[in-house]
Write a protein that binds this ligand. Sequence first.
Ligand SMILES: NC(=O)C1=CN([C@@H]2O[C@H](COP(=O)(O)OP(=O)(O)OC[C@H]3O[C@@H](n4cnc5c(N)ncnc54)[C@H](OP(=O)(O)O)[C@@H]3O)[C@@H](O)[C@H]2O)C=CC1
Ligand SMILES: O=C(O)[C@@H]1CCC=N1
Length: 269
Amino acid sequence: MTQIGFIGCGKMAQAMIGGMIRSKTVKPSSIIASATTKETRVKVSDQFGIEVTGDNSKVVAEADLLFLGIAPGLHRQILQEVKAHLTEETVVITIAAGLTTADISAFAEKKLKVVRSMPNTPSLAGEGMSAISTNGEVTDEELQTVLKLFRSFGKAEVISEDLMDSIPAISGSSPAYVYIMIEAMADGGVRQGLPRDQAYRLAAQAVLGAAKMVLDTGKHPGELKDQVTSPGGATIAATEALEKHRFRGAILEAMESCTARVKELGHKK
Ligand SMILES: NC(=O)C1=CN([C@@H]2O[C@H](COP(=O)(O)OP(=O)(O)OC[C@H]3O[C@@H](n4cnc5c(N)ncnc54)[C@H](OP(=O)(O)O)[C@@H]3O)[C@@H](O)[C@H]2O)C=CC1
Ligand SMILES: O=C(O)[C@@H]1CCC=N1
């Protein structure tokens, strides 16, 4: 039985742990995690029924697949701390923005099997989107095991490592842009008299439905937009206002800023 370890079990790790357990792909007894504060240890252990310790070395010693769920800037220090317990057989999976597979081996000063991934928090709802790349030490069989795990809480695609810095902008961080849009749409509904809770439900379901249309029909988003937009109607009036406020340009700029920050995080390591 594969043992899964998480060093750090904050917001992103919890979303993945929750997704793995809810899909019944992994039993709680097969996961061990660590956190620095007692508060997180008690919360995560109570919520998911997994063992959570303050001892990172224990996690490493027990894990066949080791997730690093910590901030990018902590990887060097923590890998130095636990490197004696890392074997050449352990598959080490980083979820950090900006860190490369080569960084992970360099921090541990060891040849390691390393997976670089970029998941997102909708994993908790089983609708995650993860991008995965590996170094040359990871076998195809190990990659398939890792993909099965990531696919237990959403979709996962293998991508070339040289594109990984661009993934936060499109799927790792982008849920935040969508939450901002849903919040704004709900505010607009409340402004026009809708109850707040109903406004969130209507806005969120419209976003979910639109995303599903793109995925299920395979149609160009512009064509789907045209289907909503009646001649001389209401949607084109809304579209005109969005174009005046540079809605598309704002998204492109947000994504450029996101990727620039990912690169900074990578250089700060
Ligand atoms: N949030 C997101 O949507 C996404 C985040 N990521 C990546 O995930 C990583 C974590 O981000 P996020 O979950 O948001 O951050 P959080 O701050 O929520 O989680 C960080 C976790 O690390 C733990 N930690 C801190 N220091 C140590 C240590 N010395 N030993 C063991 N554990 C430690 C913290 O413990 P404690 O709780 O006790 O303080 C906490 O559980 C980052 O690298 C980020 O780039 C990737 C994709 C999406
Ligand atoms: O904000 C961050 O840096 C992380 C990476 C992607 C989502 N959250």
